[in-house]
Design a protein around this ligand. Structure first.
Ligand SMILES: [Zn+2]
Length: 352
């Protein structure tokens, strides 16, 4: 017997689909993002979607491709859909591996249709630009029928993240406990514990407003995937679904406990003070102290001038590194995570 699952709230959105999201089985198809321009006057922009339904468990939303130049999530999710048997599921898994499909098709962080950054577009607008319509669809049509959301990211073309899961901040203790468990069992060496000031225009912000636990993950980046980051992404999805009782099998625990860190100070992001050529001096994942070298910025106009020395103003785990050779004044060069227990005092205003 399978329970009757609530359908996506199609009357709240202009996105349409012929895919059946309520009956038992495994299926895939399109979300239809209606967008009339010279290219598709009467057509739609396809956004790939998959669903696996069996038994009576919870509904889990898996998203990738929120940023279109982050590929571990999309590949992990299409592989999960293909490789998972219906009988291995107890519940419903809704999979949007390329939720910002216009951006992924352009291999770009933001959508070429409207320059929209989907992770800054929530809660979205049903009558807005394509990116706003997608955000509204996820927050107002899909999440209300979900119990947990997991959103997979990476550093994009410009950054490398030492792989970490991200625990959303939720002021409900029951949901926060589920979030922390999921962030841990995901299985990355690092867990970034988000604070109350994290940018709420994000997928995790949408989940908090829907009162469902959510985590995200940053699985490497620099516009490519590697065997190591793919393994983390694929295992992370399976571990979380097994922990929730939705996927058969045992959670594969890490041998070493994860390191939990936070952003508690504006100085944890280190920015370029000048335009120039960036020569980094650290490896993502390094433990650094205040005064350690981030790298040098070499002038490309005054080539006899000594390079600008950039130092870490605060110690911790240097988990993000810029992978651009030419950087602009104000560009982020590195981010440091600080191991901290001061829940609720976190500083960070960003979401990635
Ligand atoms: Zn991202």
């Amino acid at each position: 017997m399978s329970k009757q699952y609530s359908d996506i709230n199609w009357n709240k959105t202009r996105i349409q689909s012929s895919l059946d999201f309520t009956s038992p089985g495994k299926r895939s198809g399109d979300l239809r993002l209606k967008y009339s321009d010279n290219q598709t006057p009467l057509g739609y922009i396809p956004i790939p979607a998959g669903v696996i339904i069996n038994g009576t468990g919870p509904t889990i939303l898996l998203t990738g491709g929120v940023h279109g130049d982050e590929f571990e999530g999309p590949i992990s999710l299409v592989k999960f859909l293909r490789e998972t048997n219906v009988d291995d599921i107890q519940g419903r898994v809704i999979i949007f591996p390329a939720i910002n499909a216009p951006a992924l098709n352009a291999s770009a962080r933001v959508s070429p249709l409207d320059d929209g950054n989907l992770n800054r577009a929530f809660p979205g607008d049903p009558n807005g630009s394509p990116t706003q319509v997608i955000a509204h669809f996820v927050e107002s049509a899909v999440m209300p029928v979900c119990d947990v959301a997991i959103d997979l990211h990476a550093g994009g073309k410009a950054y490398w993240f030492s792989p970490c899961s991200m625990a959303t901040y939720d002021d409900d203790p029951t949901r926060q406990a589920i979030i922390m468990e999921l962030a841990d069992v995901f299985g990355c060496p690092l867990v970034w514990v988000m604070g109350i000031f994290n940018d709420d225009r994000s997928v995790n912000g949408a989940a908090v407003r829907n009162k469902i636990p959510s985590i995200a993950a940053e699985l490497g980046g620099t516009g490519h995937v590697s065997p190591e980051t793919m393994k983390l992404g694929e295992q992370g999805i399976r571990n979380c679904l097994r922990h929730l009782g939705v996927l058969s099998g045992e959670v594969e625990l890490r041998k070493e406990p994860a390191t939990f860190f936070k952003i508690v100070d504006a100085n944890q992001t280190v920015y370029a003070t000048h335009r120039g050529l960036f020569e980094p001096a650290f490896t993502p994942g390094d433990r650094v102290s205040a005064g350690d070298l981030v790298g040098y910025i070499h002038s490309i106009s005054h080539i006899e001038e000594p390079p600008i020395r950039i130092e870490f103003p605060i110690g911790g785990v240097a988990y993000v590194r810029c992978h651009r050779g030419l950087v602009e004044h104000g560009e982020g060069l590195a981010v440091v995570g600080v191991e901290s227990d001061n829940t609720g005092e976190e500083f960070e205003r960003d979401s990635y």
